[in-house]
Write a new protein. Structure first.
Ligand SMILES: *Cc1c(COP(=O)(O)O)cnc(C)c1O
Length: 394
């Protein structure tokens, strides 16, 4: 049975070109980049080449890119780093209610340290209102952190406008762009961003490596103290292979970004339209057009997301539920609740995230299998039976 992988928002497979570029750094080229002999210098050079590639992909200067262990570290660094550096200036940070846990849980930690956090609400599409941001800024605000695009419902935020409002008040603007990089063209100078987080394993690179873009002059404390790596700002012997892999991955994805986006959008729309047409009592979550090119998120009434996932898994199809139930709790996703979905509908949600490996046949297979799974599960649902009788549904 062919496996159909539709969970590219969770992680992506490593491209073969990426792996090939990494391998030498696990074989012959193992020198420590901080060493002075030529063996170390070769790995040092590889890191700087990767830095150039990351910088070029997002319109930054190379000396504004700092390698980290991934999106989570970059988010932690941006938030804690600015909070500690500017704590004498103010203690207020603004973010949104739909951020990734790497942001939300860091904010909760900072609250315990005496910082005040405003969690901006979103509308039914998951959009943050620029007006709300304007009203939330106070004389104590030191940082605004708003994700570029949401990992669950795919909504793309009006980042340029949000950054402009933030800068009018002279406040730093950070964006978690882990889902946006490689899916939306990004130019940090044009949009005027101070800090941006990205991760390799969401763009066909290896896990455990990412970067934080820090605009020249932005003040923030270090998170990892030790050696002088990353221009004294992020200690620890560099993850050379991973960094090289990130460089290759980001270069490859941005080199043919337009065709990548078009392909994903085509498959996405085919999948969305097919699901909404073939399965009654379904709705699309997230914005219909301001949406990541590979994101499909639907609520399917009268069924549990987890049951659908298990049934799809038996058919070789990997998707994710809307509940992002990583904690093992039964709480539905904070994102779906933030867009106003009632608990029972949030529980019946699926995220299918398309990637560069997916084909027309993959989408057709899902459209063939999923309606049968939903029918079968609904037939077993006493709730559906009752509603069917009461409302005389089909
Ligand atoms: C995956 C993801 C992260 C975390 O990145 P890691 O590299 O897995 O630590 C952070 N933010 C968003 C929006 C993500 O999708």
């Amino acid at each position: 049975m062919k496996r159909i992988y539709l969970d590219n928002a969770a992680t992506t497979p490593v491209r073969s070109e990426v792996l090939e570029s990494m391998l030498p750094y696990y074989k012959n080229l193992f020198g420590n980049p901080s060493s002075l002999y030529s063996y170390g210098q070769e790995t040092k050079k590889a890191i700087e080449e990767a830095r150039d590639k990351v910088a070029k992909a997002i319109g930054a200067n190379s000396d504004e890119i700092y390698f980290t262990s991934g999106g989570s570290e970059s988010d932690n660094w941006a938030l804690k780093g600015v909070a500690y550096a500017l704590k004498n200036k103010g203690n207020h940070i603004i973010t949104t209610s739909i951020e990734h846990h790497a942001i939300l849980h860091t904010c909760q930690y900072l609250e315990k340290q005496g910082f005040e956090i405003t969690y901006l609400p979103v509308d039914k599409y998951g959009l943050v209102s620029p007006e709300d941001l304007k009203n939330a800024i106070t004389g104590k605000t030191i940082l605004v952190s708003i994700m570029f695009a949401n990992n669950e419902i795919g909504t793309i935020e009006p980042i340029e406008e949000l950054a402009r409002i933030t800068h009018e008040k002279g406040i730093y603007f950070h964006t978690d762009a882990v889902q946006a990089v490689g899916n939306i063209p990004i130019d940090v100078k044009k949009i005027n961003i101070d800090l941006l987080s990205l991760s390799a394993h969401k763009i066909y690179g290896p896990k455990g490596v990412g970067a934080l873009y820090i605009k020249k002059g932005v003040k923030l404390h270090s998170l990892i103290h030790g050696g002088a790596q990353e221009r004294n700002r992020r200690a620890g012997t560099e993850n050379v292979g991973g960094i090289v892999g990130l460089g290759t991955a980001i270069e490859l994805i941005t080199n043919d970004l337009d065709s990548h986006i078009n392909k994903l959008k085509y498959l996405r729309d085919k999948l969305i339209n097919g699901i909404l047409e073939k399965i009654p009592y379904t709705r699309l979550n997230g914005h219909p057009t301001k949406r990541l090119p590979g994101n499909v998120n639907v609520s399917i009434e009268f069924v549990e997301g987890e049951s659908m996932i298990l049934s799809l898994d038996m058919a070789g199809i990997c998707v994710s539920s809307g509940s992002a139930c990583t904690s093992g709790t039964l709480d539905p996703s904070h994102v779906l609740l933030a867009i106003g979905l009632p608990h029972e509908i949030a529980h019946g949600s699926l995220r299918l995230s398309i990637g560069k490996e997916n084909t027309d046949e993959d989408v057709e297979k899902v459209l063939e299998v999923l309606p049968n799974i939903v029918n079968r599960l609904r037939e077993m649902s006493p709730l559906f039976k009752r509603v069917k009788e009461e409302k005389k549904l089909v």
